[in-house]
Ligand binder design. Structure first.
Ligand SMILES: C[S@@+](CC[C@H](N)C(=O)[O-])C[C@H]1O[C@@H](n2cnc3c(N)ncnc32)[C@H](O)[C@@H]1O
Length: 210
């Protein structure tokens, strides 16, 4: 099994591919928050790791007091780090949950949300789970809700497929940063909500392969 604590060490090097990806995710999260109208907002991060992408962005945001957020992460030590980070930033409305983000029951009480982060997930699940997850993401979002997702380079390159799947699921890509870089990062907005929206989510969206 992958050691996800070790994986996070890639962030220690400020010029690593992972750190470059992080700054784009943060930039997109900031843009997504700024684009929202007035009123309370909800942010959900699936497989949130140690929360370093969304915590500083929310902490610096004018919307911090009106934004409730839920982070779902399976590795207890990373949950602890994310909680510590949220506490240090004074984010009282952030709920860091130790749980299985592939199981919609882990966040069903909190959806639909205005902004969803699915970072570091799509390269770790099989094709069936990839298609199932993206197809059902609209049901986690309010109308016009935004999603930030990542998919790294691979051989063959799966980033074009993921971008197409989002369009097929009803999203409009607002921003994308990818090849020739090692990362692929996208900010997309839900523009078509099908009547499917009322249908139930499957019992499971995805499982990590390793
Ligand atoms: C590639 S890392 C990405 C972490 C973070 N989103 C980021 O981009 O920095 C994948 C994360 O997913 C977590 N994870 C794996 N399976 C999970 C599951 N079923 N539910 C919640 N978290 C999971 C791992 O512990 C790890 O922290």
């Amino acid at each position: 099994m992958t050691d996800w604590l070790e994986w996070h060490r890639g962030y220690d090097d400020p010029v690593s591919a992972l750190s470059q990806r992080l700054s784009i995710v943060q930039d997109y999260a900031d843009a997504a928050l700024r684009a929202m109208g007035a009123g309370p907002t909800r942010v959900l991060s699936l497989c949130a790791g140690d929360g370093r992408d969304i915590v500083p962005v929310l902490a610096a945001s004018e919307r911090r007091e009106q934004t409730r957020s839920v982070l779902v992460e399976a590795e207890p030590l990373l949950v602890a780090k994310a909680r510590e980070r949220a506490d240090r930033a004074g984010l009282e409305h952030m709920d860091v949950r130790h749980g299985d983000a592939g199981d919609p029951a882990s966040f069903a009480d909190f959806t639909p949300v205005d902004l969803l982060l699915v970072c570091g997930v799509f390269g770790n699940i099989d094709d069936n789970d990839l298609v199932r997850t993206i197809t059902h993401l609209p049901r986690l979002l309010v109308a016009g809700g935004q999603v930030i997702w990542t998919r790294g380079a691979s051989e063959p390159d799966r980033r074009p497929q993921v971008r197409d799947l989002f369009v097929e699921a009803g999203f409009q890509e607002l921003r994308y940063d990818g090849a020739p870089a090692r990362h692929g990062v996208s900010l997309a907005r839900l523009v078509h909500q099908e009547s499917e929206q009322s249908q139930k989510l499957p019992a499971r969206l995805f499982s990590f392969l390793r």
